[in-house]
Design a protein around this ligand. Structure first.
Ligand code: PLP
Length: 425
């Protein structure tokens, strides 16, 4: 991308307005570089939607947004513009004024997405980082128990075992009845957590939407039940929810929520968000400290005191958030619901396929699992990719043998039909 970069930034005293104008210019250029067909429909979803502006290889059918998202071209272009700009004077952009305020603007936009106070939101690298921060930094010790279900992702589980050895607390995982998932309602899910909580449970960890069968947990209800039972901290793994479904952190009433922006927010890789409730921030010992340990003390920025970081990507997270705010949430939800319904119908009509996910939409998401009769799920996923260019996640564990499908806004029912036809081959 070619862009005009103001020479004024080299001058002592260049105004912050001029520096901000540079970002504006990059954004405008990036937006212009995205070609839109004049006949495009207003819809945000499906192949014909104006947002079908990705760089996917045309031979690839991408149904694995749960593992890693696709980045809209407008965001890629903006990111590349910031990288170029940064290289015109790396010191200036990394360590001086120009990107201080834009970075705060990213925080404000991210906070608006998940409905929290910007002062409660750290811009991290990913979900796993936040769980490592908690496992090492919360005041837990002998006699305290960390509890989660078998639906918890390893990125939100392994760190607790690792730190418990050093810090003396205990970790307990209970089996979630994944085989009964299609029969459960919200109260059943709350009841499973309620039964599991013990007298020493200090912290409850749960996914908002798990990464295997896509159970959308009734977080507000679980939180209120757990608090009544004396659980001190409720921490939620939101890797699969920010920008996939509406997230209202104020309404959920939890203590911590972590997400990876490189999934559904469609940001450059290695970016995450950690919501840490104000009163909880002072209870956590930061995992990393550098020069900022006093400067950022008592603010959420203490949890992003990394030293040098990939600031062009952080600024481009703002563009990804911009892109997301252009999508109508209701339309996106309807799209996800429609594909979820269509996939269930396709499965119902096929004797070799079995639906392994929840069957009511209030417990579901844009991520679901299907078992293929007499086939190993990992092998199915491998051959779908190698022989047909279809990307899904395969599972072959005692709990789940099948493929996981996670379509996003640019997918349509044809992609699902293509998948099923390929399985039948
Ligand atoms: C539910 C869940 N939690 C955590 C993670 C880990 O994400 P990251 O590697 O971005 O930290 C994933 C990744 O797929 C996930 O699905």
């Amino acid at each position: 991308m070619r862009m005009a970069i103001s020479r004024r930034r080299f001058l002592k005293g260049a105004s912050s307005a001029a520096l901000l104008a540079e970002l504006g210019l990059i954004r405008e250029t990036a937006a212009r570089s995205v070609i839109r067909a004049p006949s495009e429909p207003a819809s945000i979803t499906g192949k014909a939607g104006w947002n079908d502006q990705y760089s996917l290889d045309p031979s690839v059918t991408y149904l694995n947004h749960g593992s890693i998202g696709t980045i809209p071209r407008v965001v890629q272009e903006a990111h590349s513009g910031y990288l170029s700009l940064c290289e015109t004077n790396p010191w200036l952009y990394m360590w001086s004024e120009p990107w201080v305020e834009p970075r705060e603007e990213v925080r404000r936009r991210a906070a608006a997405l998940v409905n929290c106070d910007p002062e409660e939101l750290a811009i991290t690298h990913n979900t796993t980082e936040c769980f490592n921060l908690l496992a090492g930094g919360l005041p837990l010790g002998a006699g305290d128990e960390v509890l989660f279900s078998s639906l918890n992702h390893l990125g939100a589980s392994v760190c607790w075992y690792n730190q418990s050895v050093r810090r003396g607390y205990s970790v307990r995982q209970f089996d979630f009845p994944i085989d009964e998932i299609g029969l459960l309602n919200e109260s059943d899910v709350v009841a499973r957590y309620e039964e599991a909580i013990g007298p020493n449970t200090r912290i409850l960890v749960l996914p908002h939407v798990d990464n295997t069968v896509g159970l959308r947990h009734p977080v507000a209800q679980i939180t209120s039940m757990a608090r009544d039972k004396g659980v001190r901290w409720i921490v939620v793994d939101g890797a699969q929810t920010a920008s996939m479904i509406p997230v209202d952190l104020k309404a959920l009433g939890i203590d911590v929520y972590a997400t990876s922006a490189h999934k559904w927010i469609q940001s450059p890789k290695e970016l995450g968000l950690a919501y840490i409730k104000e009163e909880v921030q002072t209870q956590i010992r930061p995992m990393w400290v550098t020069w900022g340990q006093n400067y950022w003390k008592d603010t959420v920025r203490i949890f992003e005191d990394y030293g040098t970081r990939a600031l062009p990507a952080v600024i481009a997270l703002g563009d990804a958030l911009n892109f997301q705010t252009q999508l109508n949430e209701e339309e996106r939800e309807r799209h996800h619901w429609q594909l979820w319904q269509n996939m269930q119908q396709i499965v119902d009509e096929n004797d070799n396929l079995f639906w392994r996910s929840p069957t009511s939409w209030n417990l579901s998401a844009a991520l679901y699992a299907v078992e293929v009769r007499d086939k190993n799920g990992s092998d199915v996923a491998k051959s779908l990719f190698e022989e047909h260019g279809i990307v899904v996640r395969g599972f072959n564990t005692p709990a789940l043998n099948g493929i996981r499908i996670s379509p996003n806004i640019a997918n349509d029912t044809n992609d699902l039909e293509k998948l099923v036809a390929a399985i039948g081959d």
